[in-house]
Design a protein around this ligand. Structure first.
Ligand code: UTP
Length: 276
């Protein structure tokens, strides 16, 4: 029912400079696989096989990663090294990939609105690939959310409890608890001070959005930091209709920060990576 997944990948990744000066943050590897490939695999596992990237200048290598490299294929064809390409070949076989460019970085909300041309009038997933989500041995986070969407048919944000001294890095929700880990959102604040935060439930980089979000985004003025905030648009959607927040099963690593990136690297190396 949901076929498309949007990947906003246009940000500058300033926290990783100088590594991200000429290389996209999303191509930084966690062990031997770029961050964005983990996100795309999660989308495809959830049945979202039409992958749409909102890219920007300097992000060409993302488009190249999701295409055949003829020279490489030719060089290693029939050798023992072919196995190293198996994960990306499998992604290429299962998915389709399209992209559009965000010319000015006006925030995540603006990036999502830029993706409208690739999504059209249907519900879609959004994955921020710098949030790496793992649910080892269980269902991926996007697959869990797709299952909920089938039940509720409204926008869903993934949330996680975070310590109050970190809350001002996130969009934060408040809502009525419907059942364990599921809330009907009635308030949302982007990057609040701890004293103003409506809860400790922080929105992380997984969303399912209904397409009316595009009209709402068009009318959403720039908010915190002068950027068009998806949180502001979602609050309008929650007040006019329904938005759910879901405390997902699994772990999430904030790979947009150096600490989270190193933690993810150690976790994947110790628990997931298998030398070929
Ligand atoms: P972040 O603020 O975490 O990413 O945006 P950033 O701007 O790349 O990182 P820093 O803070 O400079 O280190 C969250 C996500 O939204 C995308 C980013 O690519 C990232 O995946 N984004 C953000 C856009 O695509 N366009 C924007 O205008 C802003």
């Amino acid at each position: 029912m949901i076929k498309k997944c949007l990947f906003p990948v246009a940000g500058y990744g300033t926290r990783f400079l100088p590594a991200t000066k000429s290389m996209p943050k999303e191509m930084l590897p966690i062990v031997n696989k770029p961050l964005v490939q983990y996100g795309v695999e999660e989308a495809i596992d959830a049945g979202l096989r039409e992958i749409a990237f909102v890219t920007g200048r300097g992000k060409r290598s993302i488009a190249d990663h999701f295409d055949i490299s003829y020279e490489l294929e030719h060089q290693i064809s029939g050798t023992g090294k072919e196995k190293y390409l198996s994960s990306i070949r499998s992604v290429l076989d299962k998915g389709t990939f399209s992209l559009t460019r965000q010319r000015e970085m006006k925030g995540l909300g603006h990036a999502i609105l830029t993706g409208e041309v690739l999504i059209g009038n249907e519900p879609f997933g959004v994955i921020l690939s710098d949030d790496l989500c793992m649910n080892e041995g269980g269902e991926g986070v996007m697959a869990q959310m797709v299952r909920l969407f089938k039940q509720f048919r409204c926008s869903i944000v993934a949330v996680q409890e975070v310590p109050m001294d970190q809350i001002e890095k996130y969009g934060v929700i408040a809502g009525e608890s419907l059942k364990d880990g599921l809330y009907r959102v009635d308030n949302m604040v982007e990057k609040p001070k701890a004293a103003d935060a409506p809860s400790n439930l922080a929105i992380i980089g997984r969303y399912i959005l209904t397409p009316d979000i595009f009209d709402i985004l068009r009318d959403t003025p720039p908010g915190k930091n002068g950027e068009v905030q998806i949180t502001d648009a979602l609050l309008t959607q929650a007040r006019n209709g329904c938005v759910m927040a879901y405390k997902f099963a699994g772990r999430r690593f904030d790979c947009g920060s150096v600490d989270g990136f190193v933690e993810a690297t150690n976790y994947v190396y110790e628990n997931i990576y298998t030398p070929e």
